[in-house]
Design a protein around this ligand. Structure first.
Ligand code: GPW
Length: 794
């Protein structure tokens, strides 16, 4: 009943938004006359959105503009006996991505719309989003997230926009107009049906479209089964077709060479390209103009099969010369790499590709042949280098290196922070950089202030607007720097502290409801929320907590009075097959179980694991955070965007000099955050030295406590402790531990002086302007896509 009512309310809301909806449709038509940018987005981490679709507000940006309607809904609802807040909470996340990669795309869509760029986003309409994490006895379990159970009122099903996507089969030779051609005879066809999710810009009449594809059975290829009387098989095959868009792969940054995954990627790419080419052909008939009208952004390596697909369409279907087609492909594609780890760069086994997409494999071989010929002219006989740069990786399992395919074709290769670009240039893609330095750029990531301040922290939003005397910062976030002027103003301090307190209260209630742990509002709320990964070093955080606990246990009462009380909050999902990450979650729980009931500790230390971390949870947790932790070993986090959300919300950052944290320190001043740990250029030597345990006695002690079963589960944690054992401590927890504890102590000292802390907090928000996705998108528009804003003319 509740759900039904809820759905109705959102439908009413959509109706009231009709004005906007109409203009959306008009604008979508208009964009056809403009230069089209099609953001072919992310697969792995899904596409565009963990939370554009998660809208207790119609989009990231409209809520504010429509706040007057909000009140009217709330009134109308209460007359019907319903509480708006309660009903809105019924709507869950559309968790169509894994983590930072997908959420980044959501922020970028919001910025594209707000800045009036003519852009499209494409992705998959998974029926099951990222799994729900439930914790049983401290262990993670995964449950399916069937988010479409009660329908999705925000989307528009376009039954007439559908394309066949083909798989398998053979390639045959045909003679066409006296020329021999290769022709793909596919064996399976699945229909891709469009579901549109309009993304209205903030403070503009512009709206853009996020088109998500759902797989439906195609009648075309079933006919044979029906005519041969194989009725049962025909039905089974129809059902199989739908599985393509069924479920998001939950493994962050690792590709396991699964057939279904490859089919998802091609399904998404093929449908999107058919849509883009159809739109182009409606108005143009000469593919020479294609690069003038279309720019395609490949978001990480997951959709790079798009390069082979464009070549197949241009050569096999449009009958262009190979070299002409390649010239076009090289002009339309640019790529953003989001990873540092080599295992995140996808490699598709050749046998798999050859079976699912036989013609594409031939095309990739041809591209590689041309690449190798070109490289031989430049590199001569340097076979080591040639084999490293080859798109084909030889070995026990011969593979296609999707990243090399992208690098061979794309006119621009983007990193996501300045430091990340350095890593790409000097390590990951060194050979390519030496050859084509001009291709390599970086665009530091950003997040949208419309969701991360305006929607999720309305009190802060009001304070900023009041003190700046304008709401213009919501569209032009550079203005937020104006807060610096008031960083010492006692009136602002009072409002700021009050805002933080109210947000902490909300968070404390949430924690108590979920975990039954009562926390003190006077304590420092210290938060680390993100996917659980060894490189993100949640283990360092827990070992630091154990150290804190151990110190408190050994203190006398007078020492205890000087301890700054802490609530240590950790949240995040582990990929279902990632054993080490799952052990980290369990360790967090056993430590919490012991610490939270220890009478010697009381309110001085509480440990909380927030289950099922997702975008909704982030919206609640971030505004209530005093200190946030970003602990990746230097050189391992490409950018990180969580830190930007905390920064905007005035949380102080405790971070390594990694990814975008380096640039954050430049913007707000290193004195306003707590930096620690090895720098990126020190990491290789520290790994060589392999002295993790000897490096810090304190580290040895806390690891020993876990090993010896101080928190129980001795055997279970043995392998986890082994990962940081001397000589094996790849992520350098041991060598960074002492410096980590110093940074934590500095944070404690700063917190004691609440005026100083508040000033640092204001300066964090004031310095966050650069980390808006508006800036990132403007850089992409200018440097990679060559497009300009097209304001809706009425
Ligand atoms: F490996 N990122 C992510 F690069 O969340 F593909 N999932 C992923 O699978 C990958 C990257 C991939 C994140 C990065 O880890 C983070 O540093 C970055 O801020 C974010 O992508 C957006 O660029």
């Amino acid at each position: 009943m509740m759900q039904l009512v809820c759905k109705k309310i959102f439908l009413i809301m959509l109706n009231l938004l009709l004005l906007d909806q109409d203009s959306i449709l008009m604008i979508l038509k208009l964009t056809r006359h403009w230069r089209i940018v099609s953001g072919i987005g992310l697969l792995n981490d899904g596409m565009i959105l963990t939370s554009i679709l998660r809208r207790k507000t119609p989009s990231d940006c409209t809520s504010f503009r429509l706040s007057f309607l909000w009140d009217q809904y709330a009134d109308a609802l209460s007359q019907l006996g319903f509480d708006y807040e309660v009903l809105a909470e019924q709507e869950g996340d559309a968790a169509l991505g894994n983590g930072g990669l997908a959420r980044l795309a959501a922020c970028q869509m919001d910025s594209l719309a707000t800045l009036d760029y003519p852009a499209w986003g494409y992705g998959l309409r998974y029926q099951y989003g990222l799994f729900r994490q439930i914790i049983v006895d401290g262990f993670q379990h995964e449950q399916p997230d069937f988010w479409l159970n009660f329908g999705n009122p925000w989307e528009i099903e376009r039954v007439h926009v559908s394309y066949p996507v083909k798989f398998y089969g053979t390639v045959e030779e045909e003679v066409l107009n006296g020329k021999t051609c290769r022709v793909w005879i596919p064996a399976e066809s699945v229909e891709a049906v469009a579901y549109d999710n309009p993304i209205p810009g903030y403070g503009t009449r512009n709206a853009i479209n996020l088109r998500l594809w759902a797989a439906k059975p195609s009648d075309q290829y079933d006919m044979e089964s029906y005519t041969t009387g194989d009725y049962i098989n025909a039905i089974v095959n129809r059902q199989k077709a739908e599985t393509i868009s069924n479920v998001l792969y939950p493994d962050d940054r690792s590709y396991q060479g699964k057939e279904l995954r490859l089919k998802q990627q091609y399904f998404f790419v093929s449908a999107s390209l058919q849509d883009i080419i159809r739109r182009f052909k409606d108005l143009h008939n000469n593919f020479d103009e294609f690069p003038e009208k279309v720019a395609l952004q490949i978001n990480d390596t997951h959709p790079s099969i798009a390069i082979a697909e464009v070549m197949r369409v241009l050569v096999d279907e449009e009958h262009l010369d190979w070299s002409k087609a390649w010239g076009i492909a090289c002009k339309i594609f640019s790529v953003t790499i989001h990873a540092v780890q080599p295992e995140a760069l996808e490699k598709v086994p050749i046998d798999l590709l050859g079976s699912v997409l036989p013609r594409h494999l031939e095309i990739i071989y041809e591209i590689n042949y041309c690449l190798m010929e070109e490289l031989k002219k430049i590199l001569g006989q340097d076979y080591d280098k040639l084999s490293r740069m080859s798109i084909i990786e030889e070995g026990a399992v011969k593979c296609i290196r999707m990243a090399n395919l992208s690098l061979a074709c794309c006119h621009t290769v983007n990193g996501v922070s300045r430091l990340h670009l350095e890593t790409l240039k000097t390590r990951v893609f060194k050979d390519f950089y030496e050859l084509w330095p001009q291709k390599f750029q970086f665009k530091t990531n950003g997040v949208t202030q419309r969701r991360w301040i305006v929607v999720s922290n309305p009190s802060l939003c009001s304070i900023i607007s009041k003190w700046l005397g304008t709401e213009a910062w919501i569209r032009n976030v550079d203005l937020i720097a104006g807060l610096r002027e008031y960083a010492e103003d006692p009136d602002l301090h009072a409002e700021w502290k009050n805002m933080k307190k109210v947000n902490k209260m909300r968070l404390a209630e949430y924690i108590e409801t979920l975990t039954s742990v009562k926390v003190s509002l006077d304590a420092m709320f210290d938060v680390q929320i993100k996917r659980i990964h060894e490189y993100k070093r949640q283990l360092l955080n827990i070992l630091g907590i154990i150290h804190r606990y151990d110190c408190i246990k050994n203190m006398d009462e007078s020492d205890k009075r000087r301890v700054v009380p802490r609530v240590c909050i950790i949240g995040g999902k582990a990929a279902p097959g990632y054993e080490v990450a799952k052990k980290i979650i369990k360790l967090c729980h056993v430590v919490a179980d012991k610490v939270n009931i220890d009478p010697d500790v009381g309110d001085l230390l509480k440990v909380v694991f927030i289950p099922d971390y997702n975008v909704s949870v982030a919206e609640l947790v971030i505004p209530g955070t005093d200190l946030s932790q970003h602990l990746s070993t230097a050189g391992h986090e490409a950018s990180g965007t969580g830190c930007m959300k905390f920064l905007m919300n005035g949380s102080l950052l405790l971070a390594t000099a990694d990814g975008s944290a380096v640039e954050i320190a430049e913007e707000i001043g290193a004195a306003n955050m707590f930096l620690f740990g090895a720098k990126v250029d020190e990491v290789p030597a520290l790994r060589e030295k392999g002295t993790s345990l000897k490096g810090s006695l304190q580290f040895a002690r806390v690891v020993r406590m876990v090993r010896d079963g101080h928190f129980g589960f001795k055997d279970y944690f043995k392998s986890l402790c082994d990962t940081v054992e001397e000589g094996k401590d790849f992520y350098l927890l041991g060598s960074d531990f002492a410096s980590y504890l110093e940074a934590q102590a500095a944070a404690d000292r700063a917190f004691v002086d609440q005026e100083k802390w508040t000033q640092m907090s204001i300066l964090s928000t004031a310095g966050s302007g650069k980390f808006s996705s508006d800036r990132t998108i403007e850089e992409y528009a200018e440097q990679s896509w060559g497009i300009e804003p097209c304001k809706c003319p009425f």
